[in-house]
Design a protein around this ligand. Structure first.
Ligand code: ARG
Length: 478
């Protein structure tokens, strides 16, 4: 029996090893919905153009409905010898509806077919990822809202720098994820363009209506204009949309990884700033006291894997001559794994930070637990208000550089007494500069320092509340 789409030319079948080596059906079957959708759009257009008959189109539609039902029910028999998802579905269609099935591939190649399928699939995945990114941002905003007045040490070089609001710290991540969402939206625009009609590489002699297919598949811009890949050679051979996606996904994972790193540090006994619900941690088989932050650790680890996929795809493309080469089949596993990894990570982070609604009460539970006292206590160490003392002297007329030097002496003295700046008696402080007066202690307080940083985007609670209002509006939380 004929089991290969190109059989007649060949005097022998490929060996079992070559079959296994070249087949992609083991992983590309996840494209089946996109494949059927694109085939239906193509066949509908073929009929509208009079290239196939209305009866053939009806048979194809019926056959594809049957195939979709079989796949969904797990009854579809995927065959390795049929190489990939496309040939498997087409062969089954022909089994079910006969010659109409054999007419489906008129004016089409697997080259423009696979490029179309991957674009369709990725476009819909991007929409799912956007929804999850929104959920995560909302979770961060909700936790932030409850902690505007919680003071933590802000760090540079992981050394205590200046006090910041914990809400402000969380909102930094909201900004990052908002940019990730913008990048994904941009990738989506370039992904949502139609290769079909390019055929193998040069276009086709059949009078195809590519715009009709694009419309059917929703490959249109914001004005409803159909979006076509406009060069057939490029359409079948480039995978830059997948690469761009992996770049955007890598950046998003890098942001998740930085957040993971902070959660891990904040959870360590030496910080004790936050706790995760037990369901996101695991114990140790030997040390009974342990609760390890496995989820953030794995997110940090999986970021390496996603970055690796981006590198893999770049290398995959770099030396390919135009147009399609079988190398391109290797685009799928890294792309699929990138989507899966990012999806799971976003979902788990949205839950781990925001909590999940309790079945009985509907109230969210199991989200990030914050130890405000530990944060504030940590902010007391490390002279976090030293800059405020310098600013105080500047206000009294001292040039900033001189003020900086004075305060350095004050910090040195305080640390030799193992005390904070505010614990030095006024007479001692005045020894560093005669402009220092009794009101100095106001500026040395954490809260005073926080409230003073009121530039746009600064950490003063009033500013943070403005930021929160912007983010709430943007995320549709009002
Ligand atoms: N499975 C192939 C892929 O993923 C489909 C395209 C194959 N085209 C070809 N001419 N061999 O790229």
């Amino acid at each position: 029996s004929k089991t290969q789409a190109w059989s007649a030319l060949f005097s022998e079948p490929v060996s079992a090893l070559v079959q296994r080596y070249t087949a992609s059906v083991g992983f590309d079957q996840r494209l089946w919905r996109a494949d059927i959708r694109a085939s239906l759009a193509h066949a509908e257009m073929l009929a509208a153009q009079g290239i196939i008959s209305a009866a053939d189109w009806a048979a194809i539609e019926r056959g594809m409905a049957g195939i979709a039902a079989e796949i969904e029910a797990g009854r579809f028999e995927w065959k390795l010898e049929l190489e990939d998802v496309h040939l498997n579905i087409e062969a089954r269609l022909t089994q079910l509806v006969g010659d109409a099935g054999k007419r489906l591939h008129t004016g089409r190649s697997r080259n423009d077919q696979v490029a179309t399928d991957v674009r369709l699939w990725l476009r819909d995945e991007i929409d799912g990822l956007q929804a999850l990114l929104q959920q995560l941002q909302r979770a961060l905003v909700e936790v932030a809202e409850q902690h505007v007045d919680v003071i933590m040490p802000g760090f540079t070089h992981l050394q205590v720098a200046q006090p910041v609001s914990f809400a402000h710290h969380l909102l930094a991540y909201v900004e990052m994820f908002a940019r990730d969402a913008e990048r994904l939206a941009d990738v989506r625009r370039r992904t949502n363009r139609l290769p079909l009609g390019s055929a193998a590489l040069a276009g086709t002699r059949y009078p195809l209506d590519r715009e009709r297919v694009a419309r059917t598949l929703g490959m249109v811009d914001e004005h409803g204009q159909p979006q076509l890949c406009l060069n057939s050679l490029d359409a079948v051979s480039d995978r830059d949309f997948a690469l761009e996606f992996c770049a955007a996904a890598s950046l998003c994972m890098v942001h998740l990884s930085r957040l993971s790193e902070e959660l891990i540090i904040w959870m360590s006994q030496n910080f004790g700033f936050v706790a995760l619900a037990d369901r996101y941690t695991t114990g140790s088989s030997i040390m009974p006291q342990k609760k390890n932050p496995d989820v953030p650790e794995l997110a940090r680890g999986k970021t390496g894997r996603v970055i690796g996929h981006l590198m893999g795809l770049l290398v995959l493309m770099k030396a390919q001559p135009l147009a399609y080469n079988k190398d391109n089949q290797e685009d799928k596993e890294p792309l699929f794994d990138t989507v899966d990894t990012l999806r799971d990570t976003l979902r788990i982070f949205a839950e781990m930070i925001g909590g999940t609604p309790d079945a009985a009460t509907g109230l969210k539970q199991g989200g990030l637990r914050v130890n405000a006292a530990a944060m504030e206590q940590a902010a007391q160490k490390g002279y976090a208000t030293a800059t405020d003392l310098a600013d105080y002297l500047v206000q009294k007329g001292l040039p900033f550089r001189d003020a900086h030097e004075c305060v350095a002496h004050a910090v040195k003295a305080a640390s030799s007494h193992a005390c904070g700046l505010a614990e030095l008696p006024l007479a001692v402080l005045q020894g560093f500069h005669p402009l220092i007066e009794a009101d100095v202690y106001d500026c040395l307080s954490l809260r005073g320092s926080l409230e003073a940083r009121s530039t746009v985007g600064g950490t003063a609670p009033a500013q943070v509340r403005l930021q929160l209002a912007c983010q709430r509006a943007r995320l549709g939380l009002d």
